[in-house]
Structures are given as structure tokens and as C-alpha cells.
Design a protein around this ligand. Structure first.
Ligand SMILES: Cc1cc2nc3c(=O)[nH]c(=O)nc-3n(C[C@H](O)[C@H](O)[C@H](O)COP(=O)(O)OP(=O)(O)OC[C@H]3O[C@@H](n4cnc5c(N)ncnc54)[C@H](O)[C@@H]3O)c2cc1C
Length: 464
């Protein structure tokens, strides 16, 4: 179908810009966050309502046009990247940004899928509630995007991932029909849980247009501790102790390695190290309070003595905020630093030490000067294992990617982990997905895709 005809039809539904009109803008919407993919899309549509989304999908379905749903475009696996040049149409949900209702009795929030997560967080704070999801990208990522990727983030140990918090969804199917799933009820055991299928489906089964999400009471206060140590053994002792004794008060437990400080200092994202001296590993823990019952940090200090190098307690709210600002800048710091081969993996906590030792040893054999930037959500065993390009490397860094993936995937299989803890599959993890899932599972998933989208118009060439 001719581009001018597509343009006039979609423009009669909503704002639609093609590459012919504004190539620079189209390049921006087509580029993934880490700029790993270079195709551009045919055009970007900006629907304002579910009915406009439905009309575009009906038109696409009739004319065999391919659609890529797009939220804040902060995904890290190329889920919104076009897979053919100047062919697919991006449906960007940013104009669908209405916060519909906060139900204080049922503790839920209803929103259009294009609402930026941070907007929901701030609106809820005004009413003394908290949104379950929190991660460094909430200033840009949209509610629909977080559902489509089943985002996790830092607060999973307290509230679960977004999947655990969805009460209902409105979805536009591949034939343009609108489907309502779930309700405003905590308990609803009526048949298959179809809304869960859309969560984590990465735009391949339907376009999420509305959601109702659980909300929680806002803590009245918080404080943080930042602990440094030199061995994984000590780190696990500290982790176990905190988990056993304070789980109801802990919102997050994050793992940080020393390179994080160096990167943030180098790129002016941090003024000074919080610690006197360097150590190998760090744990940053946030405690939240719902009543006036402060934690006895002196006691924790005494009980853990011998297992840490330095033990910092936030002296006031600002210092706690500063600790977390540093943590939240780590993904940005490594992006500024240059080329990166990243893994978002889960490893059973008991195997963490074996995994870290064996992976670093094997990768060092391949590329001795490589820099390991390891951090992540230790509370749920999710490690962001990132390899940063060494200086003075002779070949293109990405030419090592296949071999590095081979090493890491074999270790993930050996230790019964996951190749994608929270970012999804998109384009980037397709091979890893194939290697680590059973053929039976993949076949069943492909059949589900065919059932929902027989013409393969929604986000083609992603996941499989
Ligand atoms: C600095 C930084 C930190 C991050 N930290 C975390 C973290 O801690 N935890 C975590 O889980 N992720 C994290 N991410 C990854 C990313 O933010 C999440 O995957 C987020 O959920 C993506 O939301 P988005 O709106 O940007 O979606 P996009 O990137 O726009 O899209 C992601 C996928 O969802 C699909 N999609 C988007 N909107 C819809 C819709 N309305 N209907 C159907 N499909 C849709 C797209 O087609 C694509 O496949 C981080 C990213 C960055 C850049």
C-alpha cells in the first residue's frame, strides 16, 4: 500500500507523521534507549483514545500493515525497534495519559496506558498512597510499557512485579476489537487468567489501553543503610540476616559493585564516594515505616560486625535520598561510558558466588581487560551483569558478543537461572530465549500468538 494512502487514512483517525515528512523525528522514535538498532519506522501514530487505537488496528489488519506499540521507549531489549526499514508503524501511546480514578476504598488506581509511571507515583503520594512499581526509568516509562514487559524494579521484594498488581486491563486485539479483562476485585477465580497473558507479552498479543493497578499505603518515613564488604560470603550473611529479621520493613535490597562509584564519579553523576575506602561489594537497603517504630541500627551493626568493612546509616532523609539517587544513576552512567554488553539475569541466591567467580574467570580469559559493572536487585536475585568495553581494544567490542553470550548462557543453564529477569526478550534476547526454553514451551507460546494475532501484525519478529 502506498505511503501517501496510509498517511491520509491514519491521519483521518489521529496525528500521524511519516519518515517522508520528518525523518529526524522518526529517527528519534525508532531508536532504542541504547541505540543498538538502526532501522527506522514508516511513521508514528499518536492516538488519544481506545477507539482511535482500535480504528488504526482495524485498518492495519485489513491492509496487512505491521504495528509496533510504544510506551516511553525505555525498554532495553529492542522491543519497540522496527525490524524492517521504513515498513512498520509505531503506535505511540503518549497522548493516552489520563489518570482516570483513584479508588481509596478498594486501594486501586485506574489509568490510561500512556500515563508516565512517575505521574501516578506523585499523584498517589498526594493522597498518602504508593504505587507498587519503582525503578530508575519511571520518569519516562509508561504504565502500558511496564505491563507489556512485566517490569520489576527495586520494590519487588515488597510489592511484587507489576503482574502481581494488575486488577484489570483494557486491550485492543489484533482485529481491532476491544477486550476488558479482570475487575476491581482482589478475588476473581473465573476461568483462565487472560490478563496475565498480556502482561509480559511485549506488544505481540494486543495493545494495552487502560489498566487498574493495586496501590498501597504510603510509608510515613524511611531510612537507609549502605554496607561495604569484600566477599560474596559476607554479603550473603548480611543479606540473610536482614531478610530474616526485617523483611516486613524492607522495601529494597540492592547490590552494587565498586565500578559503580568509579563510573558515576567519572561522569559527574556523583560528587564523592560515600565510603572511606574501596571494597568489592556493597548492599544498599531501604527501610520503610508505617508507624513511629524506628529500627535499632546499633543492634544490626553489632550483630553483623566482622562481616562488613564499613557500615553507613543515613543520618537524615536527604542522605537516604542521595544514596538512592546514586543507585538510580547506574544505568545512565554505563550508557554514557560507551559500548556495553548487558545481561539482565536471575540466579538462585545460593549460586551467586559460583556464577560470579566462574563467569568473570571465563570472560577474562577471552578479553582480559574487560570491565565488569555488576549491580541489581539482590532482594529477588536479579543481577544486571554488564560488560563494559575495555580501553585499547583492537576489534569491535560487539564482535565478542556471541562468545560472551555462550559463556553466560551455559552458566545460567548450569545454575538454573533466567536469561531475562525483568527486561523481556524483544530482539536482543531472542537467541538466549531459544537456547534456554524448551521446544514444547516455545511451540505453545507461538500457538498462543497465532490465536491472538493470526496475521502477525502486532510487533512482528519480537520474542520468537
Ligand atoms: C535507566 C533505566 C532503568 C531501568 N530499570 C528497570 C528496572 O529496574 N526494572 C525493569 O523491569 N525494567 C527496567 N528498565 C527497562 C524499562 O524501563 C522497562 O522495561 C519499562 O517497563 C518499559 O516501559 P516503556 O513505557 O518505556 O515501554 P517501551 O520501551 O516503549 O516498550 C517496551 C515493550 O512494551 C511494548 N509496549 C509498550 N507499551 C505498550 C502498550 N500500551 N501495549 C502493548 N505493548 C506495549 C513495546 O512494544 C515493547 O515491546 C530500565 C530502563 C532504563 C532506561
Amino acid at each position: 500500500m502506498k505511503i501517501d494512502l496510509i498517511k491520509s487514512k491514519i491521519n483521518s483517525i489521529c496525528k500521524f507523521i511519516t519518515y517522508k515528512e520528518n525523518k529526524e523525528l522518526i529517527k528519534i522514535y525508532s531508536a532504542d534507549w541504547r541505540k543498538r538498532f538502526s532501522n527506522i519506522c514508516l511513521g508514528v501514530a499518536f492516538p488519544k483514545s481506545t477507539s482511535e487505537v482500535s480504528k488504526i488496528v482495524k485498518f492495519a489488519s485489513k491492509n496487512d500493515l505491521k504495528l509496533i506499540p510504544q510506551g516511553g521507549n525505555t525498554g532495553l531489549v529492542g522491543g519497540t525497534s522496527p525490524t524492517k526499514n521504513k515498513s512498520e508503524i509505531i503506535i505511540n501511546l503518549e497522548k493516552m495519559d489520563k489518570l482516570i480514578n483513584i479508588d481509596e476504598n478498594n486501594k486501586s488506581i485506574e489509568l490510561q496506558s500512556g500515563v508516565i509511571v512517575e505521574k501516578a507515583v506523585l499523584e498517589l503520594e498526594k493522597k498518602n498512597f504508593t504505587f507498587p512499581l519503582n525503578m530508575s526509568s519511571i520518569g519516562s516509562s509508561q504504565v502500558g510499557g511496564t505491563i507489556a514487559t512485566n517490569a520489576g524494579g527495586m520494590n519487588v521484594i515488597k510489592y511484587g512485579s507489576i503482574r502481581n498488581n494488575i486488577l484489570s486491563l483494557e486491550v485492543v486485539l489484533a482485529n481491532g476489537e476491544v477486550l476488558n479483562l479482570g475487575s476491581n476485585l482482589i478475588k476473581d477465580n473465573t476461568g483462565y487468567n487472560l490478563k496475565d497473558l498480556f502482561c509480559g507479552s511485549e506488544g505481540t498479543l494486543g495493545i494495552i489501553t487502560k489498566a487498574r493497578i493495586k496501590i498501597y499505603p504510603k510509608p510515613i518515613d524511611h531510612s537507609s543503610i549502605f554496607i561495604s564488604m569484600n566477599s560474596i560470603k559476607s554479603l550473603l550473611i548480611v543479606f540473610r540476616y536482614l531478610n530474616q529479621n526485617f523483611l516486613d520493613k524492607i522495601e529494597r535490597i540492592e547490590f552494587i559493585s565498586d565500578l559503580s562509584f568509579e563510573l558515576c564519579l567519572k561522569h559527574n553523576l556523583l560528587d564523592k564516594r560515600f565510603f572511606e575506602k574501596k571494597s568489592n561489594y556493597y548492599l544498599l537497603v531501604k527501610f520503610i515505616y508505617f508507624e513511629n517504630s524506628e529500627i535499632n541500627f546499633e543492634k544490626i551493626y553489632t550483630n553483623l560486625k566482622g562481616n562488613f568493612e564499613e557500615f553507613l546509616i543515613s543520618q537524615n532523609e536527604q542522605q537516604s535520598i542521595d544514596f538512592w539517587k546514586f543507585r538510580e544513576s547506574l544505568t545512565e552512567a554505563q550508557k554514557i561510558d560507551g559500548k556495553l554488553i548487558g545481561f539482565d539475569l536471575s540466579i538462585p541466591i545460593n549460586q551467586l558466588e559460583n556464577f560470579l567467580l566462574q563467569s568473570q574467570y571465563k570472560i577474562n580469559e577471552l578479553l582480559p581487560q574487560i570491565k565488569f559493572h555488576i549491580f541489581g536487585h539482590l532482594g529477588d536475585s536479579n543481577i544486571h551483569f554488564n560488560l563494559i568495553e575495555p580501553e585499547n581494544i583492537k576489534k569491535d567490542f560487539y564482535s565478542y558478543e556471541k562468545k560472551i553470550k555462550h559463556i553466560i548462557n551455559n552458566l545460567i543453564i548450569k545454575f538454573e537461572g533466567s536469561v531475562s529477569a525483568e527486561h523481556g526478550i524483544g530482539i536482543l534476547k531472542k537467541d538466549d530465549f531459544k537456547k534456554t526454553k524448551s521446544l514444547k514451551e516455545i511451540k505453545l507460546m507461538k500457538n498462543i500468538k497465532k490465536l491472538f494475532d493470526p496475521k502477525n501484525i502486532l510487533n512482528p519478529n519480537k520474542i520468537f
